[in-house]
Design a protein around this ligand. Structure first.
Ligand SMILES: Nc1ncnc2c1ncn2[C@@H]1O[C@H](COP(=O)(O)OP(=O)(O)OP(=O)(O)O)[C@@H](O)[C@H]1O
Ligand SMILES: [Mg+2]
Length: 328
């Protein structure tokens, strides 16, 4: 494969801001504030954040569908604004959902159509489409209309579409939404195999488990700001560090002494009685939750359960602890 300009970063985003609205008295919505992001070639990078965080907006800017309001964005050294054509040759985009598929056409018909848009000749197109249908496990259904496909099959067809141009950088916006766990697992295996071919992959997700399973690094984004870029193992550690223990069935006389004993343990952040005889213990250190469990069992309290905080809480607590502010 010959890709042109040799550079280190597949994606380089500096000081990116994107606003919407502002015309005819409309309010201005700032979808991205001051985003900086470097993704080296060959990395699977996760973009993780709640609804409205700015993930899709960022994907659209990287794929030249939207322009930045301010800041610079390069794909393999090419600027998305001034070198749009070069960027388009390098990227493949997979946006989830139904849009963009011609449901009256067959899977093969769809792919051949997109291949023609990429300027592939008849034989090249046939070969490439055949390979992709097989690779995505769609060869058995290649000649049936897409309207009969399940969501998971449509998602795989979307991915095949994203791969038609043999992209160096693949942008996947929530690719496994609507897939059952088996299909999602197959999809992840496939994404990993695309990485081994040297491609760089940016994948947005709401799902921490998905991010942990496939990503080399993950960027947490919320309200248009990047909160942190970390390895998924670090995020996993944060999540266990901030585990929460619920103990139920305490007798009224036990509540005060048990609360005092728990509060004295290292790594216990707070202990609250959330209902009569039920304590909720928030921890904030590695190993604190198991110590809480042990103490409770020693005290004869056996109705105990641990829960993991969700990502939004992890953002707030970890990022808060690091002295960064999360706008709420
Ligand atoms: N075309 C638009 N016009 C006005 N506001 C927009 C537009 N597109 C996005 N926004 C706003 O920008 C913010 C970020 O939206 P975006 O779709 O990027 O979030 P997201 O992280 O992809 O969310 P989700 O997880 O729901 O897909 C939201 O407040 C959204 O309402
Ligand atoms: Mg989105």
């Amino acid at each position: 494969m010959q890709y042109g300009r040799a550079v280190g970063s597949a994606v380089a985003v500096v000081g990116l801001r994107r606003e919407f609205g502002g015309r005819r008295g409309q309010p201005v919505v700032t979808a991205l504030k001051d985003v900086n992001l470097q993704i080296p070639e060959g990395e699977i990078h996760g973009l993780l954040g709640p609804n409205g965080a700015g993930k899709t907006t960022l994907c659209k800017i990287l794929s030249t569908v939207l322009l930045p309001t301010r800041g610079s964005v390069e794909i393999c050294g090419y600027d998305v604004e001034s070198e749009t054509a070069a960027v388009r040759r390098l990227i493949g985009i997979v946006f989830g959902g139904e849009r963009g598929l011609y449901t009256r056409l067959t899977a093969r018909g769809n792919l051949e159509f997109w291949a023609s848009l990429y300027g592939l000749s008849g034989t090249q197109s046939q070969r490439r489409v055949g390979q992709l249908l097989e690779r995505l496990g769609l060869d058995q259904r290649a000649d049936t209309r897409v309207e009969t496909f399940s969501r998971g099959m449509k998602q795989r067809l979307h991915l095949a579409r994203g791969l038609i141009g043999d992209p160096r950088v693949l942008i996947l916006d929530e690719p496994t939404t609507g897939m059952d766990p088996v299909a999602a697992q197959e999809f992840r295996t496939l994404v990993t195999s695309l990485q081994t071919e040297g491609r760089t992959i940016l994948v947005t997700t709401h799902d921490m488990a998905e991010a942990e399973a496939i990503c080399d690094r993950v960027t947490l984004i919320d309200h248009g700001s990047v909160l942190a870029t970390e390895r998924p193992s670090t995020l996993g550690r944060w999540i266990t560090r901030y585990a929460r223990v619920r103990a139920s069935g305490l007798l009224p006389a036990q509540v005060a002494p048990v609360t005092a004993a728990l509060s004295g343990l290292d790594g216990v952040a707070t202990v609250h009685e959330v209902a009569e005889g039920t304590l909720l213990v928030d921890t904030a250190a590695d190993g604190a939750a198991p110590a809480v469990m042990r103490l409770l069992l020693d005290l004869g309290i056996t109705d105990v359960a641990t829960t993991r905080p969700d990502l939004a809480e992890v953002y707030l607590r970890v990022i808060g602890n690091r002295g960064m502010r999360v706008d709420r």
